[in-house]
Design a protein around this ligand. Structure first.
Ligand code: ADP
Length: 341
């Protein structure tokens, strides 16, 4: 099985109007015509892609997300996760519920999946296909089903199948037949302003497209079935809980999000160690988010990390820590494989 590295895209958002008004200085810039960013005047970081404040949603999608939709149709699992401090542009980048040019990754992936399936059908190399969507959030280390919020206290469980793929047991799957059906609110669609009513701040959430494709081979009546999934994950704020200024319930929520992100940092550190041999223990079990992302980090999926940063000098410490996290993630090697047909 071929090894491929986790790919990392770094996105610097524009200064917001109020930041301009308060004379915030820009402390991080994309080096023109490169995939590098410079923090301050002398710290250079390299990525697979780097997007500056003028990069469009379409540019981000076309250059680094669309290839993962193509992998999905080819039978591979794939994951995109957005990482960055609160206010750095994760929600904007991941999108949801917006089919115009401002639409983010969720919107464009939803459109691409059906477009590419249609193309495949026209070229008669595609058979029947079913697209199922599940949508979850992590609330204080509890995985909740956002498609069944009316069901009181339905906690979901995570396990690994025999091929090393992460499976969420009991998650509701909604069959969708078009991007519009998913995003125009006919079903409990992912929406960019989605907020858990019980939570005081954005929580990590995960939208999964599960694709089942049935094909008849040309010269036989044998049918082959191929199953693959594409997970889109918004990880919520990467800042340290103590630095958020939160108190009470909000602080407790931050601590849980933090436990998850700390565990994620440890998994990435362990996996990206150049001297690591395959038998070294990777602490996936320390948090729900790392158990959930197990097949995306050092596992069987094609993975893209979109790391978002604010350009403001007020965020320089958080930006540095995101750049360091994202640089490490580039060293993680996965071994993608299609499902046997
Ligand atoms: P996060 O989800 O990381 O907390 P948001 O996505 O809510 O951050 O972004 C914070 C603010 O910055 C929002 O007002 C958002 O519209 C704006 N913003 C983020 N990224 C961009 C971008 N690339 N272009 C224009 N505005 C952006």
């Amino acid at each position: 099985m071929n090894e491929v590295c986790v790919r990392v895209a770094l996105r610097v958002r524009p200064l917001l109007p109020r930041e301009v008004l308060h004379h915030h200085q820009v402390c991080v810039r994309v080096v023109p015509d490169s995939a590098q960013v410079m923090l301050g005047s002398d710290r250079l970081f390299s990525f697979d892609h780097a997007f500056g404040p003028t990069a469009s949603q379409d540019e981000v999608h076309e250059s680094c997300v669309r290839p993962l939709v193509e992998s999905l149709l080819d039978g591979y699992n794939a994951t995109v996760f957005c990482y960055g401090q609160t206010g750095s542009g994760k929600t904007y980048t991941i999108g949801g519920g917006n089919l115009n040019e401002e639409g983010g990754i969720i919107d464009r992936v939803a459109q691409d999946v059906f477009l590419l399936l249609e193309e495949k059908r026209k070229n008669s190399d595609g058979g029947e296909a079913k697209v199922g969507v599940s949508y979850m959030e992590l609330y204080k280390e509890e995985l909740r089903d956002l498609l069944e919020l009316h069901t009181i206290h339905k906690e979901l469980h995570i396990r690994e199948d025999e091929r090393g793929n992460t499976v969420v047991v009991g998650a509701k799957e909604m069959v969708v037949t078009s991007a519009e059906e998913l995003l125009n609110g006919q079903c409990p669609a992912p929406h960019r302003h989605h907020r858990n009513e019980r939570a005081l701040q954005p929580l990590p959430h995960i939208l999964t497209f599960q694709l089942i494709q049935c094909c008849h081979s040309n010269n036989s009546s044998l049918k082959s079935v191929r199953s693959s999934k594409l997970c889109l994950v918004d990880l919520a704020g990467s800042e340290r809980a103590g630095k958020t200024g939160n108190t009470g319930t909000r602080l407790k929520e931050s601590v849980h999000i933090n436990t998850g992100l700390l565990a994620l940092g440890n998994v990435i550190r362990a996996l990206s160690d150049p001297g690591r041999n395959r038998s070294v223990h990777i602490p996936y079990r320390d948090a729900k988010i790392t158990r959930l992302l197990r097949d995306s980090l050092g596992g069987t999926a094609h993975t893209l990390v979109v790391a978002c940063v604010s350009p403001s000098h007020h965020s320089v410490a958080e930006t540095l820590s995101v750049l360091q996290f994202a640089s490490k993630a580039r060293h993680i090697r996965n071994r993608p494989g299609t499902t046997p047909t």
